[in-house]
Design a protein around this ligand. Structure first.
Ligand code: 5RP
Length: 227
């Protein structure tokens, strides 16, 4: 069911794609569905798009779906970015980084002229942080010291374990991820800034003021936010 809801939201988001655009692409299972649709759409409508991927996963998916890959160096202000989320509230503040691609996603989203988020209804929450920890990308040698610092700030954190390897997960940038449970976050923008100031923090998976629009795949249809 969740796959169908994600696909419905992706179809709704597709209406924003125009010929010749430079398109930022987020990472994760929803963006994998979106990228496959984008590849088909681009081929059938001869859209001549260039896509800027946010991870190795997004890069390979773009290539497999026949999309022309470009870099932020060549196109520093993509026309539009599409991205998934782990949690989103009605103000379009988000928690991202479940897939570990938060840093490149935030760079691409922040650089893009318009950001469209695509999620299924399970991601829409009243309060960010309830039921999902905040991912924080950190320089490896700072990981333990930062666990102590976030503990003093009221968070309970752990170093994310790798899959298919022993030891910590290593991001596409060669860093570690801390998953920190702060419970319900009442002031996400403040927490984002406070965490960002800690030495060793590369990026924080709280995205405030970045998304312009979200499509939420719900059982009763696709909702557009803000309504
Ligand atoms: C990756 C992300 C993803 O957008 C987020 O994890 C959602 O993934 P999915 O679409 O698989 O639920 O932030 O860093």
């Amino acid at each position: 069911m969740s796959g169908e809801l994600k696909a419905a939201a992706c179809r709704a988001a597709m209406r924003h794609v125009r010929p010749g655009q430079v398109v930022g692409l987020g990472s994760g299972s929803t963006m994998a569905i979106f990228t496959a649709m984008l590849g088909q759409e681009s081929k059938s409508r001869r859209l001549e798009l260039k896509v800027v991927p946010s991870s190795y996963e997004a890069y390979y998916l773009a290539l497999e779906n026949g999309l022309q890959v470009a870099s932020l160096d060549e196109f520093p202000s993509p026309d539009i970015a599409f991205d998934g989320a782990d949690q989103i509230n009605r103000k379009l503040d988000m928690i991202k980084g479940g897939g570990g691609a938060l840093t490149r996603e935030k760079i691409i989203d922040a650089a893009s002229k318009f950001v469209v988020v695509v999620v299924d209804e399970s991601k829409l929450v009243e309060r960010l942080g309830e039921g999902f920890p905040v991912p924080i990308e950190v320089v490896p040698m700072a990981a333990k010291a930062l666990l102590k610092r976030v503990g003093e700030m009221g968070g309970r954190g752990r170093i994310r374990a790798g899959g298919g390897k022993v030891g910590p997960a290593v991001t596409d940038n060669g860093n570690f991820i801390l998953d920190v449970d702060f419970g319900a976050v009442s002031e996400p923008a403040k927490l984002e800034k406070d965490l960002k100031l800690l030495p060793g923090v590369v990026e924080v998976g709280i995205f405030c003021g970045i998304a312009d629009l979200a499509y939420v795949g719900c059982r009763e249809g696709v909702k557009e936010l803000p309504a």
